[in-house]
Design a protein around this ligand. Structure first.
Ligand code: TMP
Ligand code: MG
Length: 282
């Protein structure tokens, strides 16, 4: 797999932000993080790890036919998601198409709410190494952690619950399943969140950022360029440090990641860098 690398385009800028954040301390900090492939591992022993959607797709709850359809969708749309040659405006409607089609297929499967925990248990989902320190440290220092995910909220919550780190300081914004009276999936709640609309809808209309008004310093973690807009609704933002995991198509995308993320992590399946920063500023 090679050695993990840390890339920083503007070291002075990063140092300045860190000094400012350290001075004001934990009471002024909030962490905003993506979930899939940011808090969870991209690969383990050379094998890709599942996203929230993949956890369901690969489970016993999905028929073989639907598995094939979902796999086709992944094969079609994932390369578009990570294609650095296409502008976001062009990708956006295609992402809506992907999510809409995938959710439609999932709903056809009459998935039972009470089986989600089992499916997560049986999956290969893995949080990045060092996740305990990350989640526990934030909880101990009363730093709010917002997980902003285009995955599936019910699955994501189950992953962190089973890992024992779903602490009270964690708030999740994601696509949540809607079940009927007998506990069978019948749709998804609210506005769809996909990889390229994390700046609109859900969060801006919520009271979340208002509640955190006094927290002017943001540590943002993501793996997609779409994750960069997750903090767009934060009022009176003073300092923001953006850490990006560059998991795939590394050579092609390094330049664009370096110009938008302050710190870029490659071949790194750990939370070591975010953890070191957290220990420094809180
Ligand atoms: P994230 O915002 O938590 O990273 O979640 C979004 C990821 O989910 C994105 O990288 C694409 C992935 N995805 C699937 O793996 N399968 C699907 O069916 C869909 C709609 C998305
Ligand atoms: Mg992601």
């Amino acid at each position: 797999m090679g050695t993990p690398s840390v890339y920083i385009k503007d070291r002075q800028k990063v140092e300045k932000i860190l000094t400012a954040m350290r001075q004001t301390g934990p009471s002024a900090v909030q962490v905003i993080s993506d979930f899939d492939m940011t808090l969870t591992r991209f690969a383990y022993n050379g094998k890709r790890c599942p996203t929230c959607h993949n956890i369901l797709d690969n489970s016993k709850l999905i028929s073989e036919d639907c598995k094939a359809e979902l796999a086709d969708l992944l094969k079609t749309y994932y390369p578009i998601e990570i294609d650095s040659t296409r502008p976001v405006e062009e990708k956006l409607p295609l992402m809506v198409e992907w999510w809409t089609k995938a959710h439609h297929i999932l709903v056809q499967q009459r998935i039972r709410k009470d089986l989600l925990a089992v499916v997560v248990q049986e999956s290969d989902a893995m949080l990045r190494d060092g996740y305990q320190l990350f989640f526990n440290h934030l909880q101990e220092h009363d730093v709010p952690l917002l997980i902003f995910s285009a995955g599936i909220g019910d699955i994501l919550e189950e992953v962190i619950r089973q890992a024992g780190v779903f602490h009270p300081n964690v708030k999740v914004f994601s696509n949540y399943m809607e079940f009927n009276d007998t506990g069978v999936l019948q749709g998804f709640k609210g506005e769809l969140i996909h990889v390229y609309n994390k700046h609109e809808g859900a969060l801006l209309n919520s009271s979340h950022f208002q509640e955190l008004k006094q927290r002017h310093n943001v540590l943002l973690l993501g793996d997609s360029l779409g994750d960069l807009s997750m903090a767009d609704g934060v009022p009176d933002l003073e300092n923001i440090l953006k850490i990006g995991y560059l998991n795939d198509k590394v050579e092609e995308r390094r330049e664009s990641y370096l110009s938008s993320y302050d710190i870029v992590l490659e071949k790194d399946e750990t939370m070591d860098v975010p953890n070191a920063i957290l220990l420094h500023i809180t």
